[in-house]
Design a protein around this ligand. Structure first.
Ligand SMILES: [Fe+2]
Ligand SMILES: [Fe+2]
Length: 266
């Protein structure tokens, strides 16, 4: 079986890329589509309306990250909609949870877990303890288990991969928005990439218009950031999994440009 993980969807153009490109990418067989949606709303956060838009486009599970609560109106949805996850090691009183088991149309159960890192990130509980608690608890019976590890430092992501090697199907890094070329499957059947990339404008600073970013760097003054314009790509990874063992057999980077004829915006 095959799982598509779409890297952080940034703003309207990112959502358009998902809507337009997903049918083609999934046409030769994808059993589950997961997308990180923490930047869906203008680059910062996600709203219930936009989460529903991603679900309508074919996304089946939304993971998130540090920017989730930049749009506070998402909070009630986290307790009502099991298909949208927040990093589980956020503060314990935060709404929602960071894991779920999702059944594919072919009847296979896939556990999805979402965690944030601690290095160069907002304060969060220890992600290793959180991973142990969820993998040995609510996700113990899922043979296929995918972790979106939303973290800044490559070393922390590689550390998590080695810690969980053989216990999960995939450790997929997100948050830096820059796709890395270190995808691999370990001898124990765990797929890994340090960062799956970003779905949005490529001529940008991690998805955002470079001009205010540069102004902020030069002046130190707060800026109003907005998504970049121009060429758009859908990035992420495809993971092939042996459904009988839950082990990954292959991980393939996805880097699909949005062509003008793909534009299906209404
Ligand atoms: Fe992001
Ligand atoms: Fe992030």
């Amino acid at each position: 079986m095959r799982i598509l993980f779409i890297a952080d969807v940034v703003g309207k153009d990112g959502r358009l890329a998902v809507k337009s490109l997903l049918p083609g990418i999934t046409s030769d067989g994808v059993d589950l589509v997961i997308a990180n949606g923490e930047n869906a709303a203008g680059g910062l956060g996600i709203t219930p309306k936009l989460a529903r838009e991603l679900f309508r486009a074919g996304v089946e599970v939304i993971t998130t990250g540090n920017h989730l609560f930049r749009r506070a109106e998402i909070a009630p949805m986290l307790d009502e909609e099991p298909r949208i996850l927040r990093p589980h090691n956020f503060r314990s009183r935060a709404p929602g949870k960071g894991y779920g088991i999702f059944t594919t149309s072919s009847g296979v159960k896939v556990g999805v877990l979402n965690l944030v890192g601690q290095l160069y990130m907002d304060p969060a509980d220890d992600p290793v303890s959180a991973a142990n608690a969820i993998l040995d608890g609510p996700l113990a019976d899922a043979s296929i288990r995918i972790l979106d590890f939303h973290a800044e430092a490559t070393g922390e992501k590689q550390g998590m991969y080695h810690y969980l090697d053989g216990r999960v199907t995939a450790v997929l890094g997100t948050h830096t928005h820059v796709q890395t070329a270190d995808e691999k499957v370990s001898s124990q059947g765990t797929a890994y990439i340090s960062d799956a990339g970003m779905t949005g404008a490529t001529n940008s600073v991690i998805g955002m218009d470079p001009r205010p970013v540069l102004e902020g760097i030069r002046t130190g003054l707060p800026q109003r950031y907005m998504p970049g314009k121009g060429d758009v790509e859908l990035q992420g990874v495809l993971i092939d999994v042996d459904a009988s063992t839950g082990l990954a057999t292959r991980i393939t980077r996805v880097k699909e440009p949005l062509e003008e004829e793909d534009d299906v915006s209404d």
